[in-house]
Design a protein around this ligand. Sequence first.
Ligand SMILES: [Zn+2]
Length: 481
Amino acid sequence: MASTSFSVQTSSPPTTEEASNPSMALLSSSDQSPSLPRRSSPFLFSTLLITTCISTAAAMAFAFLLFSSPTSISNPSKLQVRPLTKLSHPVVLLISLDGFRYGYQFKAQTLNIHRLISNGTEAEPGLIPVFPSLTFPNHYSIVTGLYPAYHGIINNHFTDPTSGEVFSMSSHEPTWWLGEPLWETVVNHGLNAATFFWPGSEVKKGSWFCPSEFCHHYNGSVPFEQRVDTILNYFDLPNNQIPSLVTLYFEDPDHQGHQFGPDDPAITEAILHVDAMIGRLIAGLEKRGVFEDVTLILLGDHGMVSNCDKKAIFLDDLAPWIDVHSDWIQSLSPLLAIAPPSEFSAAQVVKKINEALSSGRVNNGEHMKMYLKEDLPERLHYSESYRIPAIIGIVDEGYKVEMNRKQSGKDCGGAHGYDNAYFSMRTIFVGHGPRFAKGRKVPAFENVEIYNLITSILNLEGAPNNGSLTFPDSVLLPCSA
Ligand SMILES: [Zn+2]
């Protein structure tokens, strides 16, 4: 059993008391979420001191078996990493449920998700997405530990202002995708990685060539069952060929959330379906005798909120103050991103729009605010990229932006992409496996912490990123007393 911990202390881990007391966790996380103290540069690193617990693990395993009580919730710090019994190396199975809003796990009897929660470590209340709380920026932050400004995927769709080229969710040219995703880190260390879908996984970067046996090109029509069964087959390989990292992606319940909003019975149905897929996965791992050896990380990319009740802001209403041309708009809602031509002053455009919004004469104008990107709240980390358009509009929770009343879209459904401080944008995080205490709760955290968490479990030295070096120690079971 091997694991790595970084010994540089830059922040305090949650206390045992916080971890076992949900109300304290709530306070702690709400303190944390709007103003997360972060290093201003993504790559300000102290020297890493890497310590491994390979040698101590075997001894601890014996001690653990003899003396540890089963799954103490009250004092997880007394527990130690659990030894592998069948696998020769740590394996992380990273599962994304797209648009799984935190709290969805209580919508139905999600027996399998709750099995992971009660026998693993859960972020309560939830995992905080990066801004903008959209699918591609978040999935790529999860696997790189970088905010979108640094990993380059600043929106689901955008235009590169220098080249004029357009990024879409099917763009696989490596120049778009910055940073080092987990699968690249894993193969850099001579190990196998496998991806059954993940944004960015088909991009050939560094030593990652998206090998056909381990890398599946996105096709949303592949049944969820087939995805699970393919992953399970990897555990039938000779031990040294079993991938150290496996990603698994499900489009649900995002799909239903957009269509019907977060409180529709269709969501409940979708939750039960993905829960059944988790059950299928667990059963397959148990059949192979590796369930307790594999680290399962179950998470989502963002939450979902209803945008019903006529919560629209129409850009046509701004006309008496400024004519916002449709070809200036890079994205409309809920992230309004505007790139005016160079002959227009971005500062003047922002001033005029804000004058209009605060005039009391624009429908729902008080629910949107425009910013020059460099003036956005620092906690959003959304300015340090030339790809981010000069002007960003932030709308209140559940509001939407439309060009005009004629082109008004679907009246009622669900959306995400809002300020990541909103609770509705949070998603789930559950870790289950040898390095996660059973029944433990940890305070909410941002998903840029996941990269270091996984490299730590895999005992790999990761690439520089925006996550905290001490975070893994605050969540994972210690290697030694
Ligand atoms: Zn999504």
